[in-house]
Design a binder for this molecule. Sequence first.
Ligand code: PXL
Length: 291
Amino acid sequence: MKNPVPRAAAIHDLSGFGRTSLSVVIPILSSMGVQPCSLPTAVLSTHTGGFQNYHFVDLTDHMQAIVDHWKAIGVHFDAIYSGFLGSPRQIDIVEKFIHDFANDDQLILIDPVLGDNGQPYSTMGEEMISKMRGLIRHADVITPNFTEAAFLLDEPYDPSISLGELKTWTKRLAAQGPAKVIITSIPVPEGKNVSSVLAYNRPDNRMWKVDCSYIPAHYPGTGDIFASVVVGSLLQGDSLPIALDRAVQFVSIAIRSTFGYDFPAREGVLLERVLPSLNAPVMASSYQILE
Ligand code: PXL
């Protein structure tokens, strides 16, 4: 039986304070008319970016039991969406999840969270990077940032990379399995305060780029927000360049709505202020066609 609204398995941690992971994934998917089903990887008092002494409960040992129950009651997913994973064993569980719940006409988006600004996150060693290379083979869509794309391809992190070289990166990543590759946070050396996002669709060999004006503030969770909007948009039937546009515009408006306030960036963007804009029709589009 077809689900009355699209249903997505959301495999992320739950950080209670600070707007990252399930705390942003659930409201965004719900706002976009997608039912989120959480498979939590861990529960934390706060996310790890900018907070000390957070309490962390690893749920790795409980994940398979949750999955087994879902299997027993015959849950059908229209999408499988994973983000921050805490250990190589969790990557194995996600891989098995995809194998067990795969069906035709399903969206599998893997956000290969590994690092940023040329550096791996503290929990991401060589083994995590190598296991993530295996996991993305099972995805339809991946959303690495520029740093993660370099790690996945075993390329040096070079912010002065040319657009031509980046285009080959998207194709090399797509050759590993995913039909759609979106690389975010690409530095634009000649443009001050801009970064860009590149998307490639392997089946028809087309590529798009969106430039974003950069605000000098870093808010944790914007990668999770970006990927969640892409999931919602694709499940609504949008094309890849429109999904890209909607995700870039939503992250930009969320950051701009937040920047004027004087409060700690570690608390994340003021998602509650901008969430209703996800229900607005697509009014403006800024993607450029590259190929
Ligand atoms: O993707 C952001 C994120 C997710 N989960 C945890 C984090 C962060 C960012 O800091 O710490 C636990």
